[in-house]
Design a protein around this ligand. Structure first.
Ligand code: PAF
Length: 288
């Protein structure tokens, strides 16, 4: 049982605005770390970085129904508010914004949304139609509610990070976006709230995603075909992994790289391991 003071939980938009106004009046800079809750050590890295940049950190915990498709895990998504508050208390985070769906969407699903555009329909967006419109809509709302100086997003959700950056630029939202590197378990598995769904055998199989990315990175000097072959070969060696996509994209545009492309690239992978959908990515430098 933790003895650190837990954060104050703000449930309404009005409370958040009041708190942020007080912080600003006292000359304090504010950050926002948006989450779905079920916090893990990866989230803690966001908060350490935020502590270097601002005075007052706010974490939002909201399982946003807009970004889950009809056959996805909205109902069973892990909700661990008590444990989350303990962890955040230990880090000295003073405020958590944990609104209800009715507070965020008082008239039900909103008719006006942020549209993620063409890139929002590729990769994750192809497998999860409407997902990124749901993400960007809630992120825009959170940024307008909190008005932070800094917002943190993880590199693990690389496409989400790209689209949030683009939204911030396209809509001139006055916030600094701080990208946080992927945090991995010792065997390479990228931390994710969904890892807790994995059974023992699946957990072992899940490390194949990061192994495939390592194989891709080691083949980067031989060109794109070698990268794809190395990653695919690794993934196909694990029967519990059902590959959804493996893509090499240009990090500037998030479009698939052409055959002749040389330079920095991102390898994206998504796969189901048992019933759990996992994603991961790695930066490589394509030569060859
Ligand atoms: O990455 C997440 O946890 C979610 O997509 C986010 C950014 C909190 C929006 O609901």
């Amino acid at each position: 049982m933790s003895t650190a003071a837990r954060p104050r939980v703000l449930e309404t938009i009005g409370e958040v605005r009041e708190v942020v106004a007080e912080e600003r009046a006292a000359g304090r800079r504010v950050s926002l770390t948006p989450t779905l809750g079920a916090l893990h050590d990866g989230h803690l890295v966001h908060l350490s970085r935020a502590a270097e940049l601002v005075d007052t950190r706010i974490v939002s915990i909201f399982v946003n129904p807009l970004q889950f498709g009809p056959n996805e895990d909205l109902a069973k998504y892990p909700r661990t508010l008590d444990a989350d508050l303990d962890r955040l208390g230990q880090l000295g985070v003073p405020f958590v914004f944990a609104p209800s769906a009715a507070e965020m969407y008082p008239d039900g699903p909103p008719s006006i949304r942020v549209h993620a555009g063409r890139i929002g329909e590729l990769y994750e967006g192809r497998s999860r139609p409407g997902h990124f419109d749901g993400v960007l809509t809630v992120v825009a709302k959170l940024l307008l509610i909190v008005g932070p100086d800094v917002v943190t997003f993880g590199q693990k959700d690389a496409q989400q990070l790209f689209l949030v950056r683009r939204m911030i630029d396209d809509l001139n939202i006055p916030v600094r976006l701080e990208a946080i590197e992927i945090v991995r378990e010792e065997d390479g598995l990228a931390l994710s709230s969904r890892n807790r769904y994995l059974e023992v055998k699946e957990r072992r199989a899940a490390r194949t995603l990061s192994l495939a990315l390592e194989a891709a990175a080691s083949s980067a000097d031989q060109g794109i075909d070698a990268v794809v072959a190395a990653a695919q070969g690794t993934l196909m060696g694990e029967p519990l992994v059902e590959l959804d996509y493996l893509k090499i994209v240009d990090p500037e545009t998030f479009l698939p790289t052409d055959d002749g492309y040389r330079g920095p690239a991102l390898v994206l992978v998504a796969a189901k391991v048992g019933g759990t959908r996992l994603i991961d990515n790695e930066r490589i430098s394509l030569a060859g």
